[in-house]
Write a new protein. Sequence first.
Length: 222
Amino acid sequence: MVTISHVVQDILNKHVFLQEAINHNIVSYNKIANNIKPEIESELGKTVKHNAIVMAIRRYSEKFEKKKDRSSLDYFRETLLKTDVCLIIIEESPDALNKTQELYNKMVFKQGKIFNIVQGNYELGIITNQSNIDNVIEALGKENILRIVEDLVVISLMYSKDYLFTPGILYNVLRFLAWENINIFNITLTPQELSILISRDDTIQCYNTLEKLVKTTKNNVR
């Protein structure tokens, strides 16, 4: 049997920012209840008492309090910053992939060069230094370039091996950036780091936000 508690939990699970509002104690249960009451009544097909919704929200928040501390951001060791980055988006094709691979093979990464290839079903994304734009365009030849986004920055979080086996870590990072209204163009994950591609205008705010999450300890494993 579907209860008020079940419906409230489903609604709050779908609305991350309502969870954030509850977590930050910046909105009352009464206001949340007023906001979601029509949706609850539509789901249950009957009139629901306001106090019953408030009680269900309160029970949900108690469960949220118990589990929100499970994921510790002690897993991150440091943050790294790379500026003057661009994103080149091209239409996916066998020739385009071959040409980007050839460009990758020519990169001298020890000189601080960046060249990440993100392959989707219909597009290829190239994340590289802005100084490489002309070389990339020339190498691609007649390939269809859909968009070039300049003035970007890559902020990388270096973490320990425990990160991969800890649920909620990625969510904990990204929700803080979303809360600060920071737009993310791309996310790259490897066994050693999480890299976030953002606008240069958001650099200081993003870096400061992430620095608050990073807790360096002597026991971190590299």
